[in-house]
Write a protein that binds this ligand. Sequence first.
Ligand code: HEC
Length: 134
Amino acid sequence: MKLILKICAASVLLITAIGPLSTTMLRAATMDPRSVKKPEMTSALLAGKQLYDAKCAECHGVNTVGTNKGPPFLHRVYHPGHHGDGAFFYAVRRGVKQHHWPFGNMPPVPGLTDEQIKSIIRYVRALQDANGVF
Ligand code: HEC
């Protein structure tokens, strides 16, 4: 009996410890797109934005702030040291199994050439840079 009580107490402690962590993540995903600082938009960045808006914004949000279907890229998790450009190619080509967030899996995104993926990455990195992610 005592053991069961101890296990219960331990799980309550665990839940209270993990709870705030997941809310922090969810809160990061509902940033106001208007609060995002814009990099100076060159024509290369504009081309990346158009592709991003067409293929990624549905889940990763306008200005990469995230939505209820996908995470924001303006987050330290997506710092280039943690998710390098290769992770973007991999995600687009193969999709991503849910592992960092509670949004579910990302399906592969068809219809993009390597050059177009590079262009999207350039745009995402410019937004990260302008907003202090690195
Ligand atoms: C249908 C929704 C959806 C679309 C469309 C989408 N993504 Fe994702 N993406 C997700 C979700 C959800 C995750 C988070 C998976 C996790 O870590 O739990 C994710 C994660 C990622 C990651 C992180 C991969 C990793 O290794 O952790 C990258 C990079 C990424 N997406 C890039 C893109 C790009 C670029 C596009 C547009 C070409 C795009 N995504 C379109 C839902 C989407």
